[in-house]
Design a protein around this ligand. Structure first.
Ligand code: NAP
Length: 475
């Protein structure tokens, strides 16, 4: 039972402001009211963008100080892991053990971004075939950045946008997912405490259809960095015209288990990663391709591991699978599974729900044309396929409109070297599942999974303008 309801204001132009209306955030497991947070409107968004433009033009935020602010924020977050993890578990429904990992990763992301402030350099261009000219480039902040973020990693994915934007010297306006807005507001407080200059970090809470649209239509914003669903990603790109967007979108990620793999290891890790955060991870294991000769052995071990998963209260440290973000989403998955069953799919385990809790579900006899295969399921549901040759497996993995990451379990060294060139994805994981991410690595998809790479060293390159300088050396 939660003792008191959190009340949070919005940080706009360096002030914590009261808003006319508030937005209610619920505990996703108990359904109780968790927090009441400020709700932005068109006027507040306009004020935030104006303050960001002003800060960009008039407030110095040099690289040395950016480093200090980001490192201080990392230190402050390190001291408040339990508080932040508790918020993520309550408003996001993420099991507390995973929520703690998310906060620790966010500390690391802040530190990685701080380091990038020291590496922002241009280059000297070779003057081959050019006489009397010295050519070089400088990097400068791109301008006001809007960071639009999803519910599933409500802290670390905000940090993955805010920290590189600040490291590059840009003011950033956060539009967090309404369902999980509290932790983003708390992050603003932390950055303020760390000394971020007025107007460099602001947060506007409100639905995508209102506040999100206000941001998209404001031509003073130079760059949009978005993580979310492919449909909204496409809409953003269409709306903002020639302005730039980094789009980190969804997928129906796959992992291959080849005949020469360590089957026990693969089965155990896949059972964990297909259902982590109730499958609501962009690189969640949605499709598993098993070589026919090891299919039965794999399935036996895999299903045993799945049966050991604990489903329930995210605040219980023993819980592996918590609730989905909403009952509406759980109902959607139920419909997709029913449709698949009517078309011949067989549910080996799970397939049912209680409110917004969806039980870990394994399906087989699935085929292209079924939503559970073609679309992003974003739920604790995994489909099992079998293949004969590795060429067939690669073709099946690539037969998708998405391409974020793929995994392969194999002992074949040659195959490990070759397969990254053959799979149509932004990242290949050898001897682990597709659901692996380290915060320093370049991370981002191809096809409808988006464009651009995150990971502070890569994200920052999209958040600076490269200015070419030509010096005439002729007398
Ligand atoms: P979503 O529904 O697309 O929402 C993402 C954000 O966009 C939210 O803040 C949402 O606001 C906002 N939004 C919605 N409509 C908008 C509009 N018209 N204009 C501007 N903003 C708008 O995604 P989600 O359900 O929160 O997150 C799940 C999706 O994120 C999945 O597809 C997942 O694969 C993807 N994801 C991708 C990555 C990656 O790195 N590739 C990582 C994590 C998640 P409201 O919710 O407040 O309305």
């Amino acid at each position: 039972m939660q003792s008191s309801i959190l009340k949070e204001k919005l940080l706009i132009d360096g002030q914590w402001i009261d808003t006319e209306k508030t937005h209610r955030v619920y505990n996703k497991y108990t359904g109780e009211l968790f927090a009441e947070v400020g709700l932005a409107d068109e006027r507040i968004v306009d004020q935030a963008v104006g303050a960001a433009v002003y800060a960009h033009k008039h407030t110095e935020f040099n690289p040395g100080y950016r480093y200090t602010v980001l490192m201080r924020a990392a230190d402050l977050l390190l001291e408040r892991i339990e508080e932040f993890a508790g918020i993520i578990a309550r408003e996001g429904g993420k099991p507390i053990t995973d929520a703690r990992v998310e906060v620790k990763r966010s500390v690391m992301t802040l530190q990685l971004a701080a380091d990038e402030t020291k590496r922002l350099v241009g280059e000297i261009i070779p003057n081959y075939n050019v006489s009397g000219r010295f050519l070089y480039t400088v990097k400068k902040p791109i301008g006001v950045v809007a960071a639009i973020t999803p519910f599933n990693f409500p802290l670390n994915l905000v940090v993955h946008k805010v920290a590189p934007a600040l490291a590059a010297g840009n003011p950033v306006i956060i539009k967090p997912a309404s369902d999980t807005a509290t932790v983003a507001i708390k992050l603003c407080g932390l950055l303020e405490q760390a000394g971020v200059p007025k107007g460099y970090v602001q947060c506007v809470v409100g639905s995508g259809g209102t506040v999100g649209e206000n941001l998209l239509h404001d031509s003073r914003i130079a760059h949009y960095t978005f993580t979310g669903s492919p449909g909204i990603g496409k809409h953003i790109q269409q709306t903002i015209g020639v302005r730039k967007a980094t789009l980190e979108l969804g997928s129906n990620s796959a992992t291959i288990v080849h005949y020469d793999a360590d089957i026990e290891k693969a089965a155990s890790k896949l059972a964990k990663m297909a259902f982590a955060h109730a499958g609501q991870i962009c690189i969640s294991v949605q499709r598993i391709f098993i070589q026919n000769s090891v299919r039965d052995e794999f399935l036996e071990k895999f299903l045993k591991e799945v049966s050991l998963l604990r489903v329930g209260d995210p605040l219980n440290p023993e819980t592996n699978v918590g609730p989905m973000i909403s009952e509406k989403e759980a109902e959607r998955v139920e419909r997709w599974i029913d449709e698949a069953k009517q078309e011949g799919a067989e549910v080996l385990v799970g397939g049912s729900r209680k409110g917004n809790i969806f039980y870990p579900t394994v399906i087989t006899n699935v085929k292209k044309g079924m939503k559970v295969v073609d679309e992003e399921v974003f739920a604790p549901v995994v489909s099992i396929f079998a293949y004969d040759s590795i060429e067939e497996a690669i073709e099946l993995v690539n037969d998708s409109k998405y391409g974020l990451q793929a995994g392969i379990y194999t002992a074949d060294l040659n195959l490990s070297y070759k397969i990254p060139y053959l799979l149509e994805v932004g990242g290949v994981v050898i001897n682990d599942t597709c659901c692996y991410r380290a915060d320093q690595m370049p991370y981002g998809g191809v096809k409808e999974s988006g464009n651009g790479k995150e990971g502070p060293a890569y994200a920052i390159q999209e958040l600076v303008e490269t200015v070419t300088v030509v010096v005439n050396l002729e007398e």
